[in-house]
Ligand binder design. Structure first.
Ligand SMILES: [Zn+2]
Length: 191
């Protein structure tokens, strides 16, 4: 049983800044549609981010990834586990801590996708054997420092990790690369 969503676990301070990079926002919207069409972001689940020179662009909370509008992507320009500074008008995804920490720990990561691929969650043991995919060690509450550090640890092995009982995370040198990897893993498990 998935944990109930009770909102984000940090405060957001909205700051002035340049409008978001429209080209990247378009790519995020397309990726959201592709994930949603495959059933990997049920209801409003999942989040997508891309590294920028100031921080990261990320989807906002509480929206379907199949119906993202340009103002559903905000730029996070500063972060600590209790406070986020963002350029935009809407609250960023509750999973900012995990995304921010991945970019901090893995310089190769230019894009990060979190999706609710429950087929992958259910086949975590098989993915470890066949593809070297690791899972987070213990159940952790979403959007927490604990979950973020566990995900970073699991990503030490390959670019894709399972969040125990919750979903998956994938980082890529591009958004396309991360998306393709998620889709390929899903298809391989469906066979
Ligand atoms: Zn999730």
């Amino acid at each position: 049983m998935a944990e109930e969503y009770v909102g984000r676990k940090f405060e957001t301070e909205f700051v002035e800044g340049d409008p978001p990079h429209s080209e990247i926002v378009g790519e995020i919207i397309s990726a959201g549609k592709a994930l949603h069409a495959m059933g990997l972001t049920p209801e409003n689940a999942g989040n997508i981010s891309v590294r920028t020179e100031n921080g990261l662009l990320i989807t906002v909370g509480g929206v379907s990834k199949g119906e993202l509008n340009p103002d559903d992507v905000v730029e996070v320009v500063d972060f600590n586990f209790s406070r986020v500074k963002a350029v935009g008008r809407k609250e960023p995804s509750s999973e900012v801590p995990m995304h921010w920490l991945i970019y901090q720990c893995y310089p190769m990561a230019k894009a990060v996708i979190h999706a609710h691929d429950m087929l992958a969650v259910d086949n975590a043991d098989k993915l470890k054997l066949t593809a070297g995919v690791h899972s987070t060690k213990e159940m952790a509450s979403y959007g927490t420092e604990d979950q973020a550090y566990q995900v970073v640890e699991a990503l030490k092995h390959v670019q894709y990790a399972v969040i125990r009982g919750h979903g998956i995370v994938c980082m890529g040198e591009s958004l396309d690369e991360a998306l393709e990897l998620i889709i390929n893993v899903h298809k391989s498990l469906k066979k």
